[in-house]
Design a protein around this ligand. Structure first.
Ligand SMILES: [Zn+2]
Length: 268
């Protein structure tokens, strides 16, 4: 059995980003641990939020439900407050993840890596997929933690395949769907790119055997009606096309994307 630690920015990111991989790892007998940088304090507040319950409390419950779906055995919180996109006022909150001291946040994660004797740490690409300051921070904190850990774990970076997204978008346009003004190659508001060109990706993981688990994990975060709601509203076929594959960059690997399972050589 190996231990794989996933660092995510907000509760729900694990579901949309890596829950197919997490489910398969659990199924294969590995220990999956999920760590969140923030409590998702600035997400959508559900109308039926019970009195006296904070949004972070509520979302903690959703994250626990998601862990039961993916088989993650432990979830932990680095204890920071989430930020918005570039320029949002909440980014200056004194405990914002985005503004956190790297040694402090990385140190908290390194302690957990040591305690778990983690074999692999999964984080995000250098721009967090789309430039969200909390997601960019996930990348930075993970690498600092890997450096600080007693045993440096192998590091994988979850990403999106920009070439595949462009192709899917063009297909949708050809079928008369979608908004023609979107340019997948244009930088996002902070100047970061969207996803990663396929040539820089190391692993393509087919998670369609666990696609129902991925949908169920997402459904655990139903309070987030704008983004998660949109994903859950997708017809099965579209959902499978967008979420049936998970992509990882592994620094140091030879160039060229491999269709496979990055964890095949871990002892089960
Ligand atoms: Zn997020």
């Amino acid at each position: 059995m190996a231990t794989i630690v996933f660092l995510h920015a907000h509760p729900d990111d694990e579901a949309s980003g890596t829950s197919g991989t997490m489910t398969r790892l659990s199924r294969e007998g590995h220990r999956v641990v999920v760590v969140y940088g923030t409590g998702g304090e600035h997400g959508t507040s559900p109308e039926d939020l019970p009195e006296g319950t904070t949004l972070a409390d509520f979302r903690r419950g959703e994250a626990e439900a998601s862990a039961r779906v993916t088989g993650a055995e432990r979830i932990e919180w680095l204890g920071y407050v989430d930020s918005g996109m570039h320029g949002w006022e909440q980014n200056s909150h004194e405990h914002s993840f985005h503004g956190a001291d790297l040694d402090e946040a990385g140190g908290r994660l390194a302690e957990l890596l040591d305690e778990e004797d983690a074999d692999v740490l999964v984080t995000y690409d250098w721009h967090g997929g789309y430039g969200h300051p909390d997601h960019v921070k996930v990348h930075q904190v993970a690498y600092r933690a890997a450096d600080l850990a007693a045993q440096r774990p192998r590091v994988l970076e979850s990403t999106m395949n920009r070439d595949a997204m462009r192709a899917g978008y063009q297909e949708a346009l050809a079928a008369g769907q979608g908004d023609e003004s979107w340019d997948p190659d244009a930088p996002i508001d902070g100047g970061e790119p969207l996803g990663t060109p396929e040539a820089q990706i190391s692993w393509r993981v087919d998670v369609t055997p666990d696609i129902e688990s991925k949908r169920a994990a997402l459904a655990c975060h139903a309070s987030q009606t704008s983004d998660v709601g949109m994903m859950l509203a997708m017809p099965d076929e579209i959902f499978r096309a967008w979420f049936g594959t998970e992509f990882y960059i592994e620094p140091g690997r030879p160039a060229g994307m491999v269709d496979g399972w990055p964890f095949a050589d871990l002892e089960s």
